[in-house]
Design a protein around this ligand. Structure first.
Ligand code: ZN
Length: 187
């Protein structure tokens, strides 16, 4: 091929130059970049979550890996957190106040029955991020909760659940107070 390029002379050289030019133009064209995402930081305090603290941190990290519109960040010492996470002996539940704030209980009753603590944590945080229960549902759904059974340890939201949270915290919806969410969501 090298020999052939040499023997075809000027034409090949012209073609190569043309290709190089086209390449240069392509590289110089405006790079397609997604619009800078506005990430809303929501703080949480897992200081009252006792033996579930690492599971709560993992659940928060999973949401951070999964969505861009909101970030769950541990509250600084002395800072009032948007979300309080507590451990108790009841069934896991969430008490959202406004979107991105409220109280989560990691209930030992479900843990004692064999439900996964990280899935519970991510699920309850999902309620605070505006997601309702989706029961019954498959293990691939985070919000199917306990209906997926104790064998289900999936702590990740599915594509639809991620999209819903992105939408909840996206643009014009930021700051809205969901009217139907000021109630206890058990499980
Ligand atoms: Zn639930």
């Amino acid at each position: 091929m090298h020999v052939r390029t040499l023997t075809t002379g000027g034409l090949a050289a012209a073609c190569l130059m043309s290709m190089a030019l086209a390449g240069g133009q392509a590289a110089a064209a405006p790079h397609t970049v997604n619009a800078p995402a506005t990430t809303r930081v929501v703080t949480y305090d897992a200081g009252g979550s006792a033996e579930f603290r690492s599971a709560v941190d993992r659940g928060a990290a999973i949401w951070n890996e999964s969505v861009d519109a909101v970030e769950l960040r541990p509250a600084a010492a002395g800072q009032r957190a948007n979300i309080r996470v507590l451990a108790d002996n009841g069934w896991p539940r969430a008490l959202p106040t406004t979107l991105g704030s409220g109280t989560v209980y990691i209930g030992r009753q479900a843990v004692d029955e064999g439900y996964d603590t990280v899935r519970i944590s991510a699920h309850e945080l999902g309620h605070i991020l505006g997601l309702p229960d989706r029961k019954p549902g498959p293990c691939s759904s985070l919000m199917s909760g306990s209906s997926a059974g104790t064998a289900c340890t999936n702590p990740y939201p599915n594509a639809a659940e991620k999209a819903e949270v992105e939408g909840n915290f996206g643009g014009a919806l930021v700051g809205r107070v969901p009217s139907a969410r000021a109630e206890v969501i058990v499980d």
